[in-house]
Write a protein that binds this ligand. Sequence first.
Ligand SMILES: Nc1ncnc2c1ncn2[C@@H]1O[C@H](COP(=O)(O)OP(=O)(O)O)[C@@H](O)[C@H]1O
Ligand SMILES: CC(C)(COP(=O)(O)O)[C@@H](O)C(=O)NCCC(=O)O
Ligand SMILES: [K+]
Length: 263
Amino acid sequence: MILAIDIGNSSIAVGCVDTENIYFLEQLSTNLSKTELEYAITLKNAMELHQISPEAVTGGIISSVVPQLSDTMRRAVKRLIPGEVRLVGPGLKTGLNIAIDNPAQLGSDMVVNAVAAIRQYPLPIIMIDMGTATTISAIDKQGRYVGNVIVPGVRGALDHLAYCTSQLPKISLETPRHLIGKNTTECMQSGAVAGTAALLDGMIQRIEEELGETATVIATGAPAQAVIPLCERPVLYDDGLMLKGLLCIYEKNIRQNKRRGKQ
Ligand SMILES: Nc1ncnc2c1ncn2[C@@H]1O[C@H](COP(=O)(O)OP(=O)(O)O)[C@@H](O)[C@H]1O
Ligand SMILES: CC(C)(COP(=O)(O)O)[C@@H](O)C(=O)NCCC(=O)O
Ligand SMILES: [K+]
């Protein structure tokens, strides 16, 4: 079993996983001022709550799109578990063929999710990740990661709208009952949730035209649960992509090092 951590701009997903099971998956809030000790204590508590003892964990792997936190988290994990702790990035083999201007620039969350998606779903793939940003990644029929689209995330866009206006409230992200809203909250929910579904449908169609093929469409990230039921195009929801991708990358690197006799 390994400890897998995905540091996003709003939240940190933490889970324990092996090839058979996902033992738990929890979210912490991303907090740049938390220290190594504070993260170590939080991780320890999360594992304890799920009755997982640190000795049962053979290693750890971290994906981070918040570089300021990467090392703090790595040190926190090292204090907690006995095994190796890897960070997705230069020096770690992912097996993903990244066909973009500068592969090192691609957010490691997209790398990890793409690794899992390619193993599990028919190519080509359009992969949507809804977080602070909504990203739409394209993977061609050869399994090459050919690029993505970055759109402001639904939650942040809504919060910004409330912040910039006198009369628009902060609202929760729920699937609207009507497209044509009858009150301010319904109108905003329709714009945010149904509007994002329409954006996704439109972008999927245009990306497929650019790929020249029909793709498998997969979505991950909490806001997707409210949005994708309103997409006209069938979209598979898979909230396990990140854990599966991290486990796969971890194993790839441990196996390789074992073969080289490093451990
Ligand atoms: N269950 C949920 N339903 C709707 N929105 C959610 C849910 N969980 C988290 N969010 C919101 O979605 C936004 C982005 O999600 P998150 O996974 O935290 O992003 P990131 O991957 O960038 O850290 C956050 O602002 C969060 O408040
Ligand atoms: C696009 C992102 C901000 C998405 O992050 P998230 O919403 O998961 O917090 C992140 O993947 C990132 O910072 N990427 C680096 C730039 C790039 O991928 O081109
Ligand atoms: K996330």
